[in-house]
Design a protein around this ligand. Structure first.
Ligand code: SF4
Length: 239
């Protein structure tokens, strides 16, 4: 059961929120919801669609006449700095995580011996891949291959896959990888070469991965959560 939820200490939760803000930097609506929770209940903040930014009062104050313009990125930084310097009580932290991760979050006060932290439901129990191939075609994972993926293909002798991987070396050692290239070149293929239409027994518009059993870790782990799916156009949680 716990595979569908992860436990985060307060520090790990703040780190996960930081990652979320870095990954999706212009979440104005979310930042507005978080302002009173992190900066204090009286902080006033409003969105200004004219320049894709916001207006905010001094933290903890509701002086609309003294509000200043602030970019999404700057507000995100202030929220993170405040959260790091003064983590709120666990119940408030749970609410911040609920809104940030769009997930069910339960506070934990050492009842299971893990210390104080939060249980975050990834929502993956309700995920079902529609095999639409959108993630394969539209997401940029060209520099996300892991050393473990590369090593596995070497061990399996999968030269058909390896010939589509470019390696970047320094002092004779591989320091990073690029996928998928045209064999014998360092030119990226226009789309993933392993993506193919499913056979006629499958519903129209269904795609398969021709290296499904050994596909890269970045593909196996996608999407990491309901929010990740929603932010990247995956329909695996629909219906
Ligand atoms: S976008 Fe989502 S539903 Fe479509 S193939 Fe990728 S994981 Fe599956």
């Amino acid at each position: 059961m716990d595979e569908e939820r992860i436990f985060l200490s307060i520090e790990e939760a703040i780190s996960a929120i930081r990652n979320d803000f870095c990954q999706y930097p212009s979440q104005n609506r979310l930042f507005l919801e978080l302002c009173p929770l992190i900066l204090g209940p009286n902080t006033a903040a409003v969105e200004d669609a004219r320049y894709n930014g916001l207006w905010i009062s001094a933290p903890g104050r509701r002086h609309f006449s003294r509000m200043r313009k602030i970019s999404s990125q700057e507000l995100a930084r202030i929220l993170l700095d405040t959260l790091t310097a003064r983590p709120p009580p666990i119940e408030v932290m749970a609410e911040i995580c609920r809104r940030t991760f769009a997930a069910q979050v339960e506070p934990e006060s050492n009842g299971t011996g893990r210390g104080t932290g939060l249980w975050v439901d990834t929502g993956m129990a309700r995920f079902k891949c529609r095999q639409c191939g959108r993630c394969c075609r539209e997401l940029d994972y060209r520099h996300e291959l892991s050393a473990a993926d590369y090593q596995l293909w070497q061990e399996l002798g999968r030269t058909d896959i390896l010939e589509r991987v470019a390696t970047i070396t320094r002092s004779g050692r591989i320091i990073s990888y690029a996928i998928w290239v045209e064999p014998g070149t360092r030119r990226f293929a226009p789309v993933c070469p392993w993506l193919a239409p499913a056979d006629s027994r499958a519903p129209p518009g269904t795609w398969i991965c021709r290296i499904h059993d050994v596909k890269p870790e970045i593909c196996r782990q996608y999407p990491g959560s309901r929010k990740h799916a929603a932010m990247t156009g995956c329909t695996g949680f629909a219906g």
